[in-house]
Ligand binder design. Structure first.
Ligand SMILES: Cc1cc2nc3c(=O)[nH]c(=O)nc-3n(C[C@H](O)[C@H](O)[C@H](O)COP(=O)(O)O)c2cc1C
Length: 365
């Protein structure tokens, strides 16, 4: 073999190795729930008082593959409580969207599933993870982790009551001494659910400590239905690491409140291995205003700005003088005043940025 041929062969080998390395670093996990069939789905977690229609729309626009309503009481739906009914109202633009319900009584869950079906969501999710004492003491939500046969019956009754796919969102177990997730997932699958989301903490942990993603790999081996991992995903790199456990998708909660761009950023990272730049100041102000307007459209000029207050912290996180501005915005209840102040702030920051002003560089450093 001539030196030239050898060098050519070496160059081809190197090229092939680089291509193989790139292919190996791309993760493709597919998830199917009913008609939904998505690769590497990155979904928005259900969050009480947070994932209302405006926030779900914002997250869909920012690339979330699926969004969920806040958890809604089966008993409240059956009694026709307006607040519960409002929670499960969805718009076509939100699709794919799931309605999450909870309860500890099979017949009530079946009836609530039929009521939820009338809203025509893409699937129904059962909450088996909320750690609040009130719910757990009634045997619902995370309380079901202490009675797996009841959990199985509830899932079966819900599946039977609706033609929509049913999924479950749960935790690892009640506490460190009773991690029951492997048995729970088998029972949930037997009862006919099409996917399970696992927040990788126990009920007694609440939000303390670190979510233990190592369980995802073990759970996956025990079941044939898709597992969506959840807990402490704050960056695109976190999401990639979670997908590497073999789970079918990633669910993001608090990370999306702090940064609704996380869905786009994660998808880009999974596709290219490169990180997008963080959202600019103008992007943040623009999205904040878009979200505020959606909130006012849905809730009116009084309740819209009022219920929006909890989102300012996320949009302004890490920006100079954010606490002071937030304090100011909290006092305002008028759309025009809020929008003007936000735009004025963005302009001030951009001026500071172009003058290379110290507070700007300090607080973003
Ligand atoms: C304010 C708030 C409200 C929540 N409400 C719900 C809920 O309605 N249903 C549910 O299944 N989980 C709820 N959760 C739990 C989240 O869906 C998620 O499992 C948890 O926050 C862990 O994910 P994260 O680390 O990405 O935030 C809530 C969490 C927060 C912070």
């Amino acid at each position: 073999m001539s030196l030239y041929t050898k060098m050519n062969a070496f160059a081809n080998f190197t090229k092939l190795s680089i291509i193989m390395l790139f292919i190996n670093s791309i993760i493709i996990n597919a998830m199917k729930i009913g008609k939904i069939d998505i690769e590497n789905p990155i979904v928005l977690a259900p969050m009480e008082d947070v994932t209302d229609t405006p926030f779900r729309l914002i997250c869909r626009r920012m690339g979330a593959d699926i969004v969920y309503t806040e958890f809604t009481s089966s008993e409240a739906l059956i009694r026709g409580i307006e607040k519960a009914e409002a929670k499960i109202r969805i718009l076509d633009e939100e699709r794919p969207v799931a309605i999450q319900i909870f309860g500890a009584v099979e017949e009530s869950m079946a009836q609530a599933a039929r009521l939820a079906e009338q809203q025509n969501p893409d699937f129904i999710d059962i909450n088996c993870g909320c750690w609040s004492k009130t719910h757990a003491a009634r045997g619902e939500c995370a309380g079901l982790l202490r009675d797996l046969p009841l959990l199985e019956r509830i899932v079966r009754a819900t599946v039977k009551a609706t033609s929509l796919p049913v999924t479950v969102k749960t935790r690892l177990g009640w506490d460190q001494d009773s991690i029951v997730i492997l048995e729970a997932v088998k029972r949930i699958e037997n009862a006919g659910a099409q996917a399970v989301t696992v927040h990788c903490r126990t009920r007694s942990q609440g939000y303390k400590g670190q979510a233990d993603w190592s369980w995802l790999e073990k759970i996956k081996k025990e079941t044939n239905i898709p597992i969506i991992g959840n807990g402490d995903v704050l960056t695109p790199q976190d999401a990639k690491q979670m997908l590497e456990t073999g789970c079918a998708g990633v669910m993001i909660g608090r990370g999306a409140v702090a940064n609704p761009w996380i869905f786009k950023q994660t998808k880009h990272y999974l596709k290219t291995g490169k990180l997008l730049p963080p959202a600019s100041i103008q992007d943040r102000v623009d999205l904040c205003v878009e979200h505020l307007k959606l909130s006012i459209e849905r809730r009116g000029p009084f309740y819209g700005p009022l219920t929006f207050k909890k989102y300012y912290a996320g949009y302004l996180k890490g920006l100079p003088y954010a606490a002071r501005l937030r304090g100011e915005l909290m006092q305002f209840s008028d759309e025009e005043r809020i929008v003007n102040r936000l735009n004025e702030y963005a302009k001030q920051l951009l001026d500071m940025q172009s003058n290379d002003d110290a507070p700007f560089s300090r607080s973003l450093a």
